[in-house]
Design a protein around this ligand. Structure first.
Ligand code: AHR
Length: 656
């Protein structure tokens, strides 16, 4: 009897919740005057870290790899050495030899250079750029574009010239040739080369004389770089555009683990190493592989934030190296800790100090007399435990004393659930009330769908939240976790939850941001690129759509219907409805909006099959589509296809 009743109820439920096309039925109700919480104007930002060749070999426009022969090996990495990225076609012919020079270097921050002894000219040293595979050419030329660079040369007893030109890997000319004449002292030799064809290239230095020659700091930048006029080289223009299109409210930088460094305190990211002339920036091992040239350093970062209208959100190490990597080195203590804290105060002074202060003057010398905006600072990246909170307390106290208006960010560790994050929260609530709490989690796709209401129950009394790193992770296929639609929709569902809780969750950023195809250390990533193109993932489009439709207040709303996630917000004269269908059946959606005037609403949607991805071959498999619908007497209806996200922009002004 009981069984029969439940079967009847189930059939009745199905009949009421699905229409003749097998679509689920849903009704969304809201009132444009009934608000719940204010929207955080800062909710969507970017996480930038030099992982996956995101900076060197990516956003930073330098085309040469290992330009100053500083590459060296680092624990847990592939072997690197001073000549990584360089090839020498003399080797078989026995025309001469190369070695690493260290005596009388260019400057103390750039301790190594290449010494070439030529017995028989010509002798060739070639930089391959950032090839996708060893043995390939890695500089993608654009036909007709001009490329600028320079190299430092010093002749010991070298007589003859050095030719510079762009070539194919087999030595065919792809630009004209410039001849350089080395002198007895280190001297900077500029060159400008124009690409004859759009092709993969290397930069070849051919030594036309004999004797011993020192070479260091070889650079090459495309003439169309963003910020080509910046004193120390610009950024890759197509990537800057992709970032600008996300309308980031803030940019977190330089990490990630890179900010903390690994294995030794020497590896902690020090901002002072990253400013000024590029030949005097002290390179450091990159915890993800290779070196950090620091060509995209703190000054360029502040400048980029300013240009994109984003607030900088620097992340500094809490005077201890990466805990996630189970670091073997002790944190900084005593005088070393005090010096380190001073460095952090100096960073803030560099950004905000008046032009007649020592760091303001330095900023002006680097090309920006006016102060930069700086209102946030994260101390620690992915830390937890007593050692961390002790250091956080020390550093935070010093910053608050000098800069009480800076919003500090405290780390809650690298996990979403369990004792570690609960312990962190308990400590933070008690000792650091008011500071933004940085949560990081990479979780399976289903987790994001199941936990879209995570923040509904968080206390509002103690600390606001910064979701500083997250992404929905699909199972690995073909050696990486795919950036498919299923993951993007789960993120969209989760973002609806963040927006509904935007009084608590003030900032968020997907991670990681950028990855060079074929050279990735991590997947998934928001944007992929190769030498010549940029690939936007479905997750990218979700971020872009949500960021472009950030309201000012959240509206109270109710939704009947299974398996849907939504949020309704309003701006000055517009209502935004965001709705995510993460199931395999369509939805027949009725909307009832009290206060919505008659007229057209713009509709933007992203839909497809859950496993679909964008690829360099088919970059537009998944991309947003535009449409419209009509509201009459506050009502409208719409069919949501399976696996879709819809954003409806309803103007509140009556349309003519
Ligand atoms: O985003 C990639 C890495 O994930 C970050 O460097 C680190 O903070 C986290 O573990």
């Amino acid at each position: 009897m009981k069984k029969t009743l439940s079967m009847v109820l189930a059939l009745l439920f199905l009949a009421l919740s699905a229409n003749a096309h097998g679509e689920r039925m849903a009704t969304l109700c809201f009132n444009v005057e009934e608000t719940t919480v204010p929207m955080s104007p800062m909710l969507y930002g970017l996480f930038f870290e030099d992982i996956n060749y995101a900076a060197d070999g990516g956003l930073y426009a330098e085309l040469l790899q290992n330009r100053s022969f500083e590459y060296r090996s680092f624990p847990d990495q592939q072997p690197y050495d001073a000549f990584t990225g360089w090839i020498f076609n003399h080797k078989m012919a026995g025309r001469g030899s190369v070695s690493v020079g260290t005596k009388a270097p260019l400057n103390d921050n750039n301790p190594r250079y290449m010494r070439v002894m030529v017995d028989k000219e010509p002798y060739k040293a070639v930089n391959t750029g950032y090839p996708d595979r060893i043995g390939q050419a890695g500089i993608f030329l654009k036909a007709g574009l001009t490329y600028q660079g320079f190299i430092y040369l010093r002749s010991l007893d070298y007589s003859g010239q050095v030719s510079v030109r762009l070539e194919t890997l087999s030595g065919e000319a792809l630009s004209e040739t410039t001849l350089l004449s080395p002198q007895k002292q280190w001297e900077k030799h500029p060159y400008t080369l124009t690409a004859l064809r759009g092709e993969k290239a290397v930069l070849a230095f051919t030594l036309l004389g004999t004797g011993t020659l020192d070479m260091d700091m070889a650079t090459l930048f495309p003439g169309d770089a963003y910020g080509a006029h910046w004193p120390n080289g610009g950024l890759r223009a197509d990537l800057v555009l992709a970032l600008a299109d996300l309308r980031p409210r803030f940019i977190r930088f330089p990490g990630g683990c890179v900010a903390e460094g690994s294995y030794t305190p020497e590896n902690i990211y020090r901002w002072k190493d990253t400013i000024g002339p590029i030949e005097a920036r002290r390179e450091n091992e990159n915890t993800w592989g290779g070196m950090q040239s620091y060509g995209l350093g703190f000054h360029e970062y502040f400048q980029l934030c300013e240009d994109l209208g984003a607030q900088p959100l620097p992340v500094v190490s809490a005077a201890m190296v990466c805990q996630v990597r189970d670091s073997r080195d002790l944190p900084l203590y005593g005088e070393a800790l005090q010096d380190y804290i001073q460095d952090i105060l100096d960073l803030i002074a560099y950004a905000k100090g008046p032009v007649d202060s020592p760091y303001g003057r330095l900023r002006a010398e680097n090309g920006h007399p006016e102060p930069f905006s700086l209102n946030y600072l994260a101390i620690g990246n992915e830390n937890w435990g007593s050692e961390y909170f002790y250091r956080y307390g020390q550093i935070a106290a010093a910053v608050k004393e000098h800069y009480p208006d800076i919003q500090l960010v405290v780390a809650a560790g690298p996990v979403a659930e369990g004792d570690l994050i609960e312990g962190s929260w308990a400590t933070i609530k008690q000792r650091f009330p008011g500071d933004l709490v940085d949560e990081h989690y990479y979780m399976p796709t289903q987790w994001f769908l199941d936990n879209a209401h995570r923040y509904d129950s968080y206390s509002r009394e103690h600390n606001p939240v910064f979701l500083g790193e997250y992404a929905a992770h699909e199972p690995v296929t073909g050696g990486r976790r795919p950036n498919n639609l299923r993951a993007a929709l789960a993120e969209a569902a989760y973002l609806c939850g963040l927006e509904r809780n935007a009084d608590l969750v003030l900032l968020s950023c997907y991670a990681p941001l950028l990855a060079r195809e074929g050279r990735q250390h991590w997947s998934p990533n928001l944007i992929w690129f190769n030498q010549s193109s940029v690939l936007k993932t479905p997750s990218y489009y979700v971020q872009q759509l949500f960021s472009a439709t950030l309201g000012q207040e959240v509206l109270s709303s109710s939704l009947t219907g299974e398996g849907l996630h939504h949020v309704v917000t309003r701006g000055e004269d517009v209502v935004y409805v965001k709705i995510v269908n993460s199931r395999e059946t369509g939805v027949s959606l009725s909307m009832e909006g009290v206060g919505v005037p008659d007229g057209q609403a713009a509709v933007t949607s992203l839909s497809g099959q859950p496993h679909q991805v964008n690829s360099f071959v088919k970059p537009d498999t998944l991309s947003p589509r535009k449409g419209s619908l009509t509201f009459t007497s506050g009502n409208a209806s719409l069919t949501l296809p399976p696996w879709s996200v819809y954003i409806i922009e309803i103007p509140l002004q009556t349309q003519p």
